[in-house]
Design a protein around this ligand. Structure first.
Ligand code: GLV
Length: 329
């Protein structure tokens, strides 16, 4: 049996599948696979499974590949890049990689928070520009995090780790806004469930950890930034489209908020001339939330297990379209 991966995947996944007589072919080009290339390859009749890393899988692709592909295994926790309804209607089970990346992603949010608070990337750039001595005792200062209020938008498992890190390191108070309360956060973090407006008004650091859905798309917009503290820092390690990026640029330029740390942007990749990259109180990373050796290894293992289960007609371990099992192909 053969499966196709839209990027190179870790060796452990290939070894696991190889031991089960499944061969993985990969897209090895530096440039991301296009829709046409993907459709052509996957409809060649050689492949029965598809690993998806980042690529957008829309209804058109699903329709094209449905005769060949029995399972789609995503190497990400987010699944906003796939038309899940189309996959379900086509009878294709789809899995993601939850939990195994909680720590790495929360650590990235924490890293960005500290980075922005002390203008770390900006100060690094100053050294490179031979401007080490350019500041006086009272200019180019950062902000303290000790005892501040962390607001979490979308407190799930990743947000919970971010809350724990911030409490442990800086004794931060944790408030959050979700569709429903998170009893674990209430108990372990003594977190307070608040309205969206209260979250905006009270957060010193506001960290986004929600999924991208129609309801969360560009929820952080111009009107929202006006309600945040002028001294606040926005952190986004979820999805770029949760934030209206032009509105964020304006809010920073008008000093409506103090800073921003982004591991995700809209679009991705961010263009090198984006004004955010020049701002002293902004730190941007190229979507590396889960990019540690161990985390990627664990994501690959889980994705490979899902692939094997799917190809042998079994229920996927971490399925995201459960209803596929009640629909006949
Ligand atoms: C990364 O962004 C993921 O969804 O795993």
């Amino acid at each position: 049996m053969k499966v196709f991966a839209t990027k190179v995947i870790p060796d452990n996944a290939k070894a696991f599948l190889s031991a089960n007589n499944i061969v993985v072919d990969e897209w090895t080009n530096q440039t991301p696979i296009t829709k046409n290339e993907l459709t052509k390859i996957v409809t060649s009749g050689k492949y029965t499974g598809l690993f998806v890393l980042g690529a957008k899988i829309d209804a058109e692709i699903i329709h094209a590949i449905q005769r060949n592909i029995q399972v789609i295994s995503l190497l990400s926790v987010g699944y906003d890049n796939i038309d899940l309804h189309a996959a379900t209607m086509a009878g294709i089970p789809v899995s993601n990689t939850p939990d195994v990346l909680n720590d790495a992603t929360a650590e990235t949010a924490f890293l960005l928070m500290q980075n922005v608070a002390r203008k770390a990337f900006y100060n690094y750039r100053r050294i490179m520009e031979d401007k080490w001595h350019n500041d006086s005792f009272i200019t180019n200062l950062g902000v303290d995090l000790q005892g501040k209020t962390l607001g979490i938008f979308g407190l799930g498992k990743i947000g919970l780790v971010m809350g724990k890190l911030c409490r442990a390191a800086f004794n931060m108070e944790v408030i959050y806004h979700n569709r429903s309360r998170n009893p674990k956060a209430d108990k372990t973090l003594n977190a307070q469930f608040v309205s969206f407006d209260e979250l905006l008004h009270r957060s010193d650091v506001l960290s986004i950890h929600c999924a991208l859905t129609p309801e969360t798309t560009r929820v952080f917009n111009a009107a929202v930034f006006k309600k945040m503290k002028n001294s606040s820092i926005l952190i986004n390690t979820a999805r770029g489209k949760v934030v209206d990026e032009p509105a964020l640029i304006q809010a920073l330029q008008k000093a409506e908020i103090w800073g921003a740390g982004l591991d995700v942007t809209d679009p991705e990749p961010m263009q090198p001339d984006n004004p955010l990259l020049q701002m002293a109180t902004v730190a941007v990373l190229p979507h590396i939330g889960s990019a540690t050796v161990n985390t990627r290894h664990r994501m690959a293992q889980l994705a490979a297990e899902n692939m094997l289960l799917g190809l042998t007609g079994k229920r996927l371990k971490t399925i995201v379209n459960e209803e596929v099992y009640s629909i006949k192909k």
